[in-house]
Design a binder for this molecule. Structure first.
Ligand code: PGA
Length: 245
């Protein structure tokens, strides 16, 4: 696992946006694994700008998002459908709706929806690049501690700490969905290349565990140490913490 200190949010986000730009420019039919969360907002801002000024044709790019909240319709303000549209897809006309995939959190049968999503990912994937954030508890996607390393896309329960962390995006904590449809850990591991981005003091401990702890289902992100092509991008706050603690 290649760990790189990119000093701050701006440089780290610009780096990740540039890596995605290079990928999309060299392979027009790229399969991209996308993530949401506060960490990715600047990445998508820079990426949208770079895609536009380089006039990249995105019509053959296929995207798969990691997850979506169970119960939220695609037009719900806090859904990841809306997040992706607001932060990425609406900024370039050549993204093709039919090539954009997020689980339908309001599907009648969310278990079946998960199976269908996994099958599609198997048929079209693997992702050329999967980008990831990380939870304070070491989750990737919504795969909370003690999720099986063999997991595929499924309906998952959110950990209380995740519900609390994500409540800042909702009016009250009671409004935060308690479940999500999430790609599993083995689904994520099929990606050819993985770039994880972690920023800020609140991620220090998760990254320390990722780098120094055991490879264990207690820290879902630790599975990444078994992948041959992973970069972990951190800011200086996280890097210095790991150096001195
Ligand atoms: P964040 O979420 O970017 O909002 O911190 C990351 C995650 O939970 O995976």
């Amino acid at each position: 696992m290649n760990v790189i200190n990119l000093k701050n949010q701006t440089i780290a986000s610009q780096y990740l946006a540039t890596e995605l730009l290079k990928q999309l420019k060299t392979k027009p039919n790229t399969v991209l694994g996308l993530a949401t969360g506060g960490t990715m907002i600047d990445v998508y801002k820079y990426l949208s700008e770079l895609l536009n000024i380089n006039q990249i044709d995105l019509s053959r790019v296929v995207t798969f998002n990691l997850d979506e909240y169970v119960g939220l319709a695609p037009d719900h303000k806090q859904s990841y459908h809306v997040y992706m549209n607001e932060h990425l897809f609406k900024h370039n006309d050549s993204w093709q709706k039919n090539n954009i995939h997020l689980p339908m959190g309001n599907a009648k049968d969310v278990v079946q929806e998960s199976r269908t999503y996994e099958q599609l990912l198997c048929d079209i994937g693997p992702a050329d690049i999967q980008i990831l954030g990380i939870g304070e508890n070491g989750h990737i996607g919504f795969n909370e501690p003690y999720t099986s390393f063999d997991s595929v896309t499924s309906v998952v329960d959110l950990a209380p700490s995740t519900i609390k962390a994500n409540s800042k995006h909702f009016e009250t904590i009671e409004n935060v969905p308690k479940q999500a449809i999430s790609m599993g850990l083995s689904s994520i591991m099929r990606a050819k290349r993985i770039i994880l981005l972690a920023l800020g003091e609140h991620k220090q401990y998760a990254i320390k565990q990722l780098l120094e702890g055991d490879i264990s289902e207690s820290l879902p992100a630790s599975i990444l140490r078994q992948h041959a092509n992973v970069e972990v991008i951190v800011d200086d706050e996280i890097f210095q913490f790991n150096k001195y603690h």
